[in-house]
Design a binder for this molecule. Structure first.
Ligand code: FES
Length: 154
């Protein structure tokens, strides 16, 4: 279930982790980088490889909302729905995404290009409303900026 390449990356990554918790997260991020999401089978494989229980690994995978437990599109759009973004109109961004992509929270476009997921504060409240696409933060969003941004992601 885990390729030799992934095992090697995990070995290297967890060697610098100060805590067990950190090692689990590091391993999950590596697996997700290669497969896009983390299936139950991969949770078991990571647990076995790290010498931990499935429950320990699953607990970390479930806690972090940037570890995906279901298949996602090639690009993941995280839309902040916390207080500052809510005040600054995150719902307009969500409506625009519905118009442009035809999907809302928890959905993936039929062509597998985008998934849209909610996330709590991205730590960019002063730039609200903010989103993150594939780990890159975008703030001060409006409809025009969003439309242009999406064009950058095939
Ligand atoms: S509330 Fe949206 S970035 Fe903080």
């Amino acid at each position: 279930m885990l390729s030799d390449e992934i095992k090697s990356e995990i070995q290297c990554g967890v060697s610098v982790c100060p805590t067990r918790h950190c090692a689990i997260l590091e391993a999950l991020q590596i697996v997700q980088k290669h497969h896009g999401w983390i299936s139950d089978e991969r949770i078991e494989a990571v647990a076995k490889f790290l010498g931990l229980t499935v429950e320990e690994v699953d607990g970390v995978a479930t806690f972090y909302n940037r570890i995906y437990r279901k298949p996602v599109g090639r690009h993941v759009i995280l839309v902040c729905d916390s207080v500052s973004c809510w005040i600054m109109g995150f719902e307009n961004i969500l409506d625009e995404l519905r118009k442009l992509l035809g999907i809302g929270f928890g959905e993936t476009t039929p062509d597998g290009r985008f998934s849209v997921l909610p996330i709590q504060c991205l730590g960019a409240c002063e730039q609200a409303p903010a989103i993150m696409i594939d780990g890159t933060l975008y703030g001060y969003l409006d409809s025009d900026k969003l439309k242009k941004l999406l064009g950058n992601y095939e």
